[in-house]
Design a protein around this ligand. Structure first.
Ligand code: NOJ
Length: 758
């Protein structure tokens, strides 16, 4: 073992032993003993490092994945051994990561352990529903648990850093990356981001089942023009601060340790060179103490953006703007030593940046034991554990959104009776494993996915199931289409599973048309013409335009990409063992011309009036989306009534209670997500027509009634006023309570005072 690190480790082990006894001891400066030891250890180590080794700690390279498994390029291995590559990502599985860690610890001069990153976006080997799907559960506990268990599984395979949560508010479904976030709403995205940070990082980073979270993409990546990935972002500071920044801030306040820059420019400056974002806001205003990593080669890309003439200038701009770690670009390693020597980068700032990375390694316990994430036994017992499979199933159940369920005869078409004799199961996603994992499944194991066909076969073994693919995601084969129609003709019920494959959403997967891809709608029309009871299951990583489907198909379940247990959750829902309760977190437009479309828009000076041509509307499509934000049906039926407010006035420091009755008027037990919206009637600047300010997920037995109460305080009414102060303005507010953003119960109150302005 390397001598220097060995001595350091002996020192550390000793101090840790002492520290565990005097864990709570604080010095005269108020720092605890552990903190003092960490600082001493890191200062000592920094004192031994060359400029090249320092730049190496600020460098992150990817490991490749070949058919035979993960593999590191020879040149990166050389960089590692020379101390010029201090961190890796995409290097997972214990056996592989252990060998790399061994090289770092035993073959480099100072033996500093590597950080191992990975995009654990919705699971590691066991795959949860895509984040947009899971956000439709509106279940923060469930989401935190998904992140916790994903962290546990990834950590068992050597990973100690995930590039998640992605908290980019997104209102344009053409952008493929809407799949990775929590939809269009700032408030909900913030809460979900917090839940994920808690899940990944747990209560204590020293626990080897926790991993560092990375909040991304900072900032406003979700507002790419025309929904085209990597495209320009341009917005007012007001919109930036009010709509796009709060989720990043909420995730930071929840303890997020790292941030990732975005690919886009903002107000003419690429995010990776944007001092306003990283230094003024993130560190200055918000007090972030962790480190910022770029997105993949984002420093190098500033040359193409046209704000620097060459890569050396790019490295200088990024570092001085506030980026600590260079992902994959190799520019810090190449240029930082010279930039310091030339006085373009301050030596002290370089040391501060390195200190942040070393601290993170220390907090993870890697100096104490570089192999603490690398136990084969733990890996074997954790991967695909029963606990994980059960959580994935539960999450899939809660993510499904029932878009439509029309009566056919006396009953709604769904759920299907388990007595059904024959089912035609049609479509490219009906007996498919890999696509059900969705985008960013990275290490997800497709062989473990329960297909829709398998799920149905398990649940209704006596039914005769006839499967036909019918059509693929592109192109068409007349014979296959005919076979599907034939199969449908012979069956009692038809279930079609249509939508996007896993590559049709996610990064670099923007679409200009949002219908069912390829010839799937043609097949659907041919089968609908048979007049059989027809259920449509749609799968995608984004909202789709389903206007024809809504008008012509009696029952539609939106199933997103639900992950490993998709087929079981879907079958349970089709046959009524699971009552769907998901609610959309992104608006589904009628057509692409309505995009961007979101529920919390502004009124305009000429709000829609169908009797007046000169009002804000289209001449060829309604202003209303096809499915509003918050929409989602159930097999139960819920009635809302009796909205009351505890007071007609709200004063600073007090709480106003808003209550309503929710009754399950059916005999079927179900879950309902009760939503509260707020509207500030007159502001010094225009305010949205409504904004989500609270929600509750409640269970109601058949016939049961519950009273749901929300509390609002003055600080829930704050916004950026005309003078850019974040405060509430006295005046009238409306509230709405209901089962979607079309909430029908209304009330109002007056805010009488503004404590910040008195
Ligand atoms: C590019 C993506 O934009 C980012 O989200 C991801 O974390 C990195 N690549 C690393 O894979």
């Amino acid at each position: 073992m390397n001598k220097t690190i060995y001595d350091l480790r002996k020192l550390i082990l000793l101090s840790l032993a002492i520290g565990s006894v005097f864990w709570q001891c604080t010095s005269s400066e108020g720092k605890d003993v552990w903190q003092l030891e960490m600082d001493a250890f890191i200062n000592d180590l920094l004192g031994k490092m060359t400029l090249e080794e320092k730049a190496g700690q600020l460098t992150l390279y990817t490991s490749g994945w070949t058919v035979t498994g993960p593999e590191l390029r020879e040149d990166y291995k050389e960089e590692m051994v020379a101390g010029r590559a201090g961190n890796l990502f995409n290097a997972h599985t214990v056996s592989y990561a252990r060998e790399l860690q061994r090289i770092a610890v035993e073959e480099t001069r100072l033996g500093i352990p590597l950080l191992f990153g990975l995009d654990v976006i919705h699971g590691y080997k066991t795959t949860f529903p895509i984040p947009l799907a899971e956000s439709c559960s509106w279940d923060l506990e469930l989401i935190e648990n998904s992140a916790r268990l994903s962290a546990k599984e990834a950590a068992s395979a050597g990973i100690n850093w995930t590039f998640n949560p992605m908290v980019d508010v997104a209102r344009d479904p053409r952008w493929g990356r809407v799949a990775e976030g929590a939809g269009e709403d700032t408030y909900l995205t913030s809460l979900i981001g917090v839940a994920k940070v808690r899940g990944y990082q747990g209560a204590d980073l020293a626990d080897p089942t926790t991993i560092l979270a990375c909040v991304k993409h900072f900032a406003a990546y979700g507002a790419a023009q025309a929904g085209r990935d990597y495209h320009t972002v341009d917005m007012s500071d007001r919109v930036l601060r009010e709509t796009y920044l709060p989720p990043y801030k909420a995730a930071l306040d929840a303890g997020a340790t790292t941030f990732m820059t975005s690919f886009n420019e903002l107000d003419g400056i690429p995010a990776s060179g944007n001092r306003y974002l990283m230094t003024d806001i993130l560190r200055g205003e918000w007090g972030f103490k962790g480190f910022v990593v770029t997105d993949y080669t984002a420093i190098n890309e500033m040359v193409a953006h046209g704000v620097v003439a060459n890569e050396k200038e790019a490295a200088e701009l990024a570092f001085n703007a506030g980026v600590e770690m260079d992902m994959q670009g190799g520019l810090y390693s190449k240029y930082l030593p010279d930039l310091v020597a030339e006085g373009k980068v301050e030596r002290k700032r370089l040391d501060d940046a390195v200190r942040k990375i070393l601290k993170m390694k220390y907090k993870l316990g890697l100096f104490q034991d570089p192999y603490r994430y690398l136990s084969e036994e733990r890996e074997t017992s954790t991967l695909h554990s029963d606990e994980l499979m059960q959580a994935v199933l539960e999450s899939a159940r809660e993510s499904i959104v029932l878009l439509k369920n029309e009566r056919v005869g006396s009953k709604p078409l769904l759920p299907i009776s388990k007595e059904v004799k024959s089912i035609a199961l049609i479509g490219p996603l009906a007996d498919n494993q890999k696509d059900l994992l969705g985008t960013w499944h990275v290490a997800g194991d497709a062989s473990k996915v329960v297909t829709v066909k398998q799920g149905i076969e398990q649940l209704v073994p006596q039914a005769k199931i006839q499967y036909a693919e019918g059509v693929g995601f592109t192109g068409k084969d007349q014979k296959k289409m005919e076979k599907a129609v034939e199969v449908a003709r012979k069956s009692e019920v038809v279930i079609m599973v249509l939508g996007e494959n896993y590559q049709q959403s996610g990064e670099a997967a923007s679409r200009s048309a949002l219908g069912l891809p390829g010839h799937q709608q043609g097949l659907l029309k041919a089968i609908q013409a048979l007049g059989k009871p027809l259920i449509l299951l749609t799968m995608s990583g984004r909202p789709l335009t389903l206007s024809w489907e809504q008008a012509n198909i009696p029952a539609i379940l939106h199933c997103w990409h639900l992950g490993t247990m998709a087929g079981q959750a879907i079958a349970e829902t089709l046959f009524g063992d699971n009552n769907p309760s998901g609610k959309l977190t992104m608006t589904f437009p009628r057509n692409v011309g309505q995009v961007p479309i979101y529920y919390n828009m502004k009124n305009t000076g000429r709000p829609f009036d169908d009797k007046n041509k000169y009002t804000s509307k289209y001449i060829d499509v309604s202003n209303e989306p096809l499915y509003v934000f918050g929409h989602g049906l159930s097999y139960a039926e819920f009635e809302y009534s009796d909205l009351t407010l505890s007071n007609s006035e709200l004063t600073a420091g007090s709480t106003i209670e808003i209550s309503a009755n929710v009754r399950n008027s059916s005999q079927v037990p179900g879950e309902e997500i009760v939503q509260l919206y707020l509207c500030d009637v007159v502001g010094s600047v225009t305010r949205p027509v409504k904004e989500l300010r609270g929600f509750r997920k409640i269970k109601l037995a058949g016939g049961e009634k519950k009273r749901v109460t929300f509390g609002l305080k003055e600080n829930d009414l704050r916004f950026y006023t005309r003078s850019m102060e974040f405060r509430a303005e006295p005046g009238k507010f409306k509230v709405f309570v209901g089962s979607s953003s079309n909430a029908e119960l209304k009330g109002e109150f007056v805010l009488t005072s503004d404590p910040l302005n008195e």
